[in-house]
Design a protein around this ligand. Structure first.
Ligand code: ADP
Length: 293
């Protein structure tokens, strides 16, 4: 299967420091790929290189079959991009923002108006089309960004921290929108530092691709782990024993939950101990020695 997004030994150096360091990765058609990592890991820089906004210092990138360095215009036609910073114009109305983007992409009328209606309805902003963007909530602005990114029917959607700063309910609503797009076959790459976001969206048991959705864990510019959550849990251990040591917790992984329980049962002093299945956050902390937030 040909990858929709392919990075081959990609690095980006600012000053003397590599902020993305020898990154190689393929994302398959129909996959929702989650790039997870703490602030400063190099996630946004990776998205900026994939979406033609900045050039890699080294390495090759292809997106939708086009070389990002040599064919940036073709790449731009195939991708939708939602970046962290709000790029919608707050002094224009919802419809004007959509119209402007549609003209930039040379979508002719009446198709342009039809697409604007379709995508505003999809993100449930149809009734706000004539309102100024400055009157919308943060979640609505983000939905407008997504609707706008979809207007030219891209094959691949890039979402950089799509739900950062949004309340849990709004975040859930956005997850449904993102999952729905993937169910329609769209390839999606999202970055996040929220564990539950990748656990929900990059669920290995659900995929529009021929293979399960995967998660890449990035830290200090490097991809330090790549696979599905069930694969990570098998590798690091599915059972966990937590032991309170003063004001911190010690974590010990066991192959299975049963093994963790058996160990717990043998302990003479069970106070301050807890057994549970491992999760993505445990594995992240084990890998990096750090909490995400
Ligand atoms: P993330 O999205 O994972 O938080 P970023 O890609 O935004 O990480 O940043 C990675 C590192 O690169 C950070 O240390 C950041 O300060 C640095 N960086 C990002 N953009 C620039 C730039 N234009 N010039 C210099 N340093 C940058």
């Amino acid at each position: 299967m040909t990858a929709e997004v392919s990075l081959h030994h990609v690095s980006k150096v600012y000053g003397n420091a590599p902020v993305v360091n020898d990154l190689s990765l393929d994302i398959l058609p129909g996959e929702i790929f989650g790039l997870l990592g703490p602030n400063g890991a190099g996630k946004s820089t990776t998205i900026r290189m994939l979406t033609t906004l900045t050039q890699p210092t080294e390495g090759q990138i292809s997106v939708a079959g086009f070389d990002v360095a040599r064919q940036p215009m073709q790449v731009k036609q195939q991708i939708g991009v939602v970046l962290q910073q709000m790029s919608v114009d707050v002094d224009l109305t919802v419809w004007e923002n959509m119209e402007f983007h549609g003209r930039m992409h040379h979508i002719p009328n009446p198709q342009r108006q039809k697409e604007i209606d379709t995508w505003l309805e999809y993100v449930e902003l149809g009734d706000r089309r004539d309102d100024y963007v400055k009157t919308l909530s943060g979640g609505m602005k983000r939905r407008l960004q997504i609707a706008r990114a979809l207007l030219h029917r891209p094959r691949i959607l890039f979402l950089d921290e799509p739900t950062v700063g949004l309340d849990p309910q709004t975040r859930r609503r956005l997850w449904e929108i993102i999952k729905g797009l993937n169910q329609q076959g769209m390839t999606i790459l999202l970055t996040t530092h929220y564990m539950e976001e990748v656990e929900y969206l990059c669920d290995a048991t659900f995929s529009s691709s021929e293979t399960p959705n995967r998660i890449g864990i990035m830290d200090s510019g490097k991809l330090i782990e790549l696979g599905t959550l069930p694969e990570f849990r098998r590798k690091y251990g599915e059972g966990l024993v937590m032991k309170q040591q003063g004001d911190r917790w010690d974590y010990q992984f066991f192959p299975t939950l049963e093994d963790a329980n058996a160990y717990f049962e043998q302990q003479p002093h069970k106070a301050g101990m807890m057994v549970r299945p491992s999760n993505l956050e445990d594995i992240f902390v084990e890998l990096t020695g750090r909490q995400l937030d």
